[in-house]
Design a protein around this ligand. Sequence first.
Ligand code: DHB
Length: 328
Amino acid sequence: DISVTLAGVPLTSCVYNASGPRTGSSAAMSKIAKSASGGVLAKSATIASQKGNDLPRTWHEDNGKASLNSEGLPNSGIDYYIDPKTISETMGESPTKPYMVSISGKNIADNLQMLQKISSTIESGSVNIAAVELNLACPNIVGKPTIGYDFEQMEDVMKQVASLPCFSGSKPLFPLGVKMPPYFDRPHFEMAAAILNKYKHIVSYAASINTIGNALAIDYHAEMPVIRAKGGFAGLSGPAVKYTALANVKQMRELLDNSIDVVGAGGVQTGRDAFEMILCGATAVQVGTCHWTEGPGCFDRICDELKAIMKDKGYGNVEDFRGKLKEW
Ligand code: DHB
C-alpha cells in the first residue's frame, strides 16, 4: 500500500508530479490524472498568462543524467488553473485524486492576490482545490533573486501570507505547501527551517528541492551556452541532483516541526529513488524531469517499482520505513 496522507490530504499514491513539466494545460494534466500519480499539481502560475523566455530554454544531456531549464514561467495565468472548466477537463467529472495549484508570483503582492483569488474560488464551492504550493524557489527570473535564498524576503512573504483572511482563522482555508530551493550549508537549512517553523500554523508541507539554480551547460560545436536566456544560466535537474535532494529532505525533516510534512523532489526516476526519499523522511515524492522525458507512464512504472521494493523488504505501508534511515 503506497497511499499516504500529505498535509491532511489523502493520496492513493505517495508519488505524484512536480509542478513544471507537462502541467501547463488541462490536456497535459489529464494524462497525469489518468496515471498512477497520487495527485495532479498544476504549473506555477503568475497573475497574467505569459509566454516565457526565448527558445532554446530547455536541454537534456544525451546520457539523460542531467537537464537544464530556464523557461521564465510560461503559463496560462492563475485564472486558468482555478477555472472549474480547466479542473473538470483535467480531473474528469468524478475525481478520485486531489488537484493542486502552484503559484509563483513576480512579487509578494502578486502572490497575495493569487492566494486571495484561490480563496474566493474555494469559498464559492465551485471547485475542488486540495492544496496550494507557494513556489519560493524559481531561479529563472531575470533580476529576481530566488526567494528562498533571501531569508529577509522569505520571512516577509510568510508574514504577509499569514495575515491574509484565508489564514487568519483557527485553521487555514486550504493546506499551503512551499517549494524550496536546495541548500548546501547547515546554517542555511537552519535559517530556512526556522522561518517555516515560525509559520507552522499556515505551512502544511515543504517540498525540497526545486532545481539547482544557475547551472551552465555548453554546446561543444557552437561554443555557446545550450540555453538562450540569462546568459545560459539555468536550473539543473534530473539524476544529477538526486544526492542534493536527498540531503535536503533529510535535513528539512530533522529541522522542521513534525506538523510540517516534507515532500521529496529532485532526480527521482525509479521506485528505488522514491524509497530513498521516504527513508530520508519524505511523506510523498514529486517527479519532475523524469515525467518530462518519459511522459506520464513514469508514474505507473515508479509506483510499481516502489511496491515491488516494499514487498521484497516486507514493508506493508509507507509509514513502516518513512524517516527510518539507519545510522552508522
Ligand atoms: C521556472 C523554473 C522553475 O524552477 C520554477 O520553479 C518556476 C518556473 C521556469 O523557468 O519557468
